[in-house]
Design a protein around this ligand. Sequence first.
Ligand code: CP3
Length: 361
Amino acid sequence: MGIEMTPGVPGNDRLLRALRREPTDTTPIWVMRQAGRYLPEYRTTRERAGSFMGLAQHPELACEVTLQPLARFDLDAAILFSDILTIPDAMGLGLSFAPGEGPCFARPVRSSADVARLAIPDMDGQLRYVMDALRLIRRELHGRVPLIGFAGSPWTLACYMVEGHGSRDFAAPKAMCWEDPALAHRLLDLLAQAVAQYLKAQAAAGAQVLMIFDTWGGLLAPSAFHEFSLRYLAQVAAALRADAQAASLPLVLFSKGANQHLAGLADTGCAALGVDWTIDLAQARQATGGRVALQGNLDPAVMLASPEVIRRESRRVMDSYGPDPGHVFNLGHGITPQVDPGHLAVLVDEVHAYGRILRAV
Ligand code: CP3
């Protein structure tokens, strides 16, 4: 791939090309949560920061952990080290991560008065640390690979804000949708505005790809998915298209557990869809009619198996997509803390090697 470094153009632009469905020498790969607890060097830096939010809010440390997986593996992208819950934290909900327990808000959103109190955070104020981290990471990457910025979807943010913590079923936000849909819509509309401003600010700070995580979209019944999740993803996508700088970046939407809605998600005008592991990529391609690139979709649990199984299952994913442009390899969800880092090296090498073979036949 182009070694020469034109200012602003990454040395390795496989990811950007694949997201535009242009030919590449091989299949690009990055991995959700590639900077995380499966890496001993991450655990060391996190220890030094004292807490997860301490790490995310310290631009030098966030930059350090963003770059850690790139020092070990031949990955084709960097992703900002941060979290989707930075927006509700900046809205004053009091975010903390209890060890081993996931996120928790001291002041969850339950009533009309709670929603009325919320305001869109200042991107150059409470969220400036995110933009500072992006600027620093872009500088430290020296154009080696593109940098992905991200946000949570309005629905997924509402899930945590209303429930107050992680959950298997998020009954509280779903109850709000049924009992007081107007209130749910006020909250989701505010969040859609905040997410759009956040992603625009990330584009201005140097992000080269924008991704929205709709982790809990799949909890909704089909009509509710359209009303409470997809509608607001479309609102964010439209707001980004109206911004000259953000409009020039590929937008990736990942709605987990929502494979029956792939066509509707592609209708938002996004460049690519993240795909979880419960559908074959061939079928996902069919559903989206080649209108978008696809990112995914190896079952993260495969990373716990032997190198031989990892190679076989990654080839199965690539065969399902086929040799055409427009596939970005990823796991179907985040890499888990139990994974042996050596297994990720096996995966990255296999994807690059087999991607070349696929294109040669
Ligand atoms: O992918 C990357 O490397 C970038 C960093 C990133 C994190 N969170 C770091 C993180 C990204 C993109 C996220 C997104 C995120 N955060 C999502 C959407 C994607 C998904 O996984 O579905 C969600 C739902 C969250 C909310 C969140 N943050 C949860 C549920 C947890 C606890 C999970 C756990 O494994 O304990 C977090 C904390 C978190 N965010 C960690 C990391 C590396 C682990 C915190 C730690 O170091 O203890």
